[in-house]
Structures are given as structure tokens and as C-alpha cells.
Design a protein around this ligand. Structure first.
Ligand SMILES: [Zn+2]
Length: 211
């Protein structure tokens, strides 16, 4: 199965993303370098109108929202393609902007998704003594709350997505999260190549009005 085009959709800015991650690494109290993270053969293709809708939620949110992303998982010969076509927003209980308790996702959910509020992240991190420079990608991480309450722990989803705004999101696959010892469930920044801050730049990523 030729995945190169689909792979590109999420990984075109590998170089830029890696630079962001390196810039962030020093700020987070985690020592991930010693972990050999699995690189799962999973590709994700999200309907661009859904992606735009999720981006709009992240852009306008005043609290964190959780979404259960669904669609079809095609598995063949060790490759998995997740064709994400819909989102279900369960009831959530929000906790001061940097945590939430998940109300529950329907069976068949493929990915967990939630937004981070850049303003809340900046305030919180700067209270802890970490400078946040204005780069929205700095709000793309998994928090201790995300580790405690994430869908990935149930083992029924392929991964977790965090969205900061319409252009910026990052993701972790479940097998990668299982590779992190529970002692290190702090603020886990995106793995190399697993964040984007340029969504929408490519014409194919811009939703068209239906004719
Ligand atoms: Zn979070």
C-alpha cells in the first residue's frame, strides 16, 4: 500500500516541527531522550471540513473541550490507515483550563482529541517559572491530567490529539504513550515529526464551500 501521500498530510513540516520540539525540550521537566519510542505504521487522514471545525473550536474555546474522533480503521499488512470523518463531543467537566475529566466516548472511537487554551497554558507555565514565548506550539503537550484521564489508557484508541488553534496540533500514538514510565507523566512535548503548526497552508488543506 503506498502511503506516501497520506503520510505527507501530517508530516510535511518534519524539520520545522523538530526545531520546535528541540526549543521546547529544555523547558519541560521530562527526560524522554532515553526512551526508544515505537514508530507505529499508522497514518491519519482527517476530513478537512472536520479539521476546520475542530480548529474553529480550538480558536474560540474558553474552556477545554474533548472530542471522540471516529471513522474507519483500515488495517492491512502491518499498516493502519485511520480515515477520520466525524467527532462526538461527550460531556466533560472542566478544571480551570488545564485539565478535564472525560465523560466517555462511544465504542469505536479511533482517537481522543482535546484543545489546549494557549492563554491558560502561558499563565500556568509562567507561574511555574517556564517562559512561554508566544509560539503556539508550546501549548501542544500532554499534561499530567491528560495522562491520568486519557482515552489511550483504555487501549481502545490509536492515540491522542491536542489542538491549540486552527493551525497548530500535535499527536501521540497509544504505543508511544505506553512507552513512557508513569513516573514521567508530566508535561510531555510532541515527538519529532508529530506536531504541525502550518495547517491550512497547502490548498488541499483548505475546505471548499459545497457547490
Ligand atoms: Zn491536555
Amino acid at each position: 500500500m503506498n502511503m506516501s501521500r497520506l503520510e505527507k498530510i501530517w508530516t510535511t513540516i518534519l524539520v520545522l516541527a523538530t526545531a520546535c520540539v528541540q526549543g521546547l525540550a529544555a523547558q519541560y521537566p521530562t527526560e524522554l531522550d532515553s526512551i526508544k519510542f515505537p514508530v507505529p505504521h499508522i497514518w491519519v487522514n482527517v476530513d478537512i471540513r472536520l479539521q476546520a471545525w475542530l480548529g474553529k473550536i480550538a480558536d474560540t474555546a474558553t474552556v477545554e473541550h474533548f472530542a471522540c474522533l471516529g471513522g474507519t480503521a483500515f488495517v492491512h499488512d502491518g499498516d493502519t490507515l485511520l480515515a477520520i470523518r466525524g467527532a462526538f463531543l461527550p460531556r466533560t467537566v472542566n478544571d480551570a483550563g488545564h485539565g478535564l475529566v472525560l465523560g466517555g466516548c462511544p465504542e469505536g472511537t479511533l482517537l481522543g482529541w482535546h484543545n489546549h487554551l494557549y492563554g491558560a497554558v502561558k499563565t500556568f507555565f509562567e507561574q511555574q517559572g517556564w517562559k512561554v514565548t508566544g509560539d503556539s506550539a508550546q501549548a501542544c503537550y500532554l499534561s499530567p491530567v491528560d495522562f491520568q484521564s486519557g482515552l489511550w489508557k483504555t487501549g481502545t484508541v490509536f492515540g491522542e490529539v491536542v489542538q491549540v488553534n486552527a493551525r497548530t496540533f500535535c499527536w501521540w500514538f497509544t504505543s508511544q504513550l505506553h512507552a513512557i514510565p508513569p513516573d514521567w507523566w508530566a508535561f510531555i512535548h510532541p515527538l519529532a515529526g508529530q506536531s504541525r503548526s502550518d495547517w491550512g497552508d497547502a490548498p488541499r488543506e483548505q475546505p471548499k464551500e459545497p457547490k
